[in-house]
Design a protein around this ligand. Structure first.
Ligand SMILES: [Zn+2]
Length: 83
């Protein structure tokens, strides 16, 4: 673990928040899970928490979902309202 990752961890509001770095790493997988109608938030709760707290990351996910198409983006919007 690097120093900046440790600092990042300290600065998080929610201790389960994955932070931008991990969220970005998992964003493709997360979007695919949403698109495949799997429970992405249950599989990667730390990413779900981060996406609820981080506008830029949530926007990136929305862009990925828009690119994937289908109703994945709608599902994401629903889950966003729920959190
Ligand atoms: Zn972020």
């Amino acid at each position: 673990m690097t120093g900046s990752a440790a600092l990042d961890r300290l600065l998080r509001t929610d201790p389960r928040d994955s932070g931008c770095g991990q969220a970005m790493e998992l964003l493709d997988v997360y979007a695919d899970l949403l698109a495949a109608d799997r429970d992405a938030a249950q599989r990667y709760p730390e990413v779900a928490i981060h996406l609820a707290a981080c506008g830029p990351c949530a926007q990136d996910l929305a862009g990925l979902l828009a690119a994937i198409g289908g109703d994945a983006q709608e599902r994401w919007n629903d889950s966003e309202v729920a959190t």
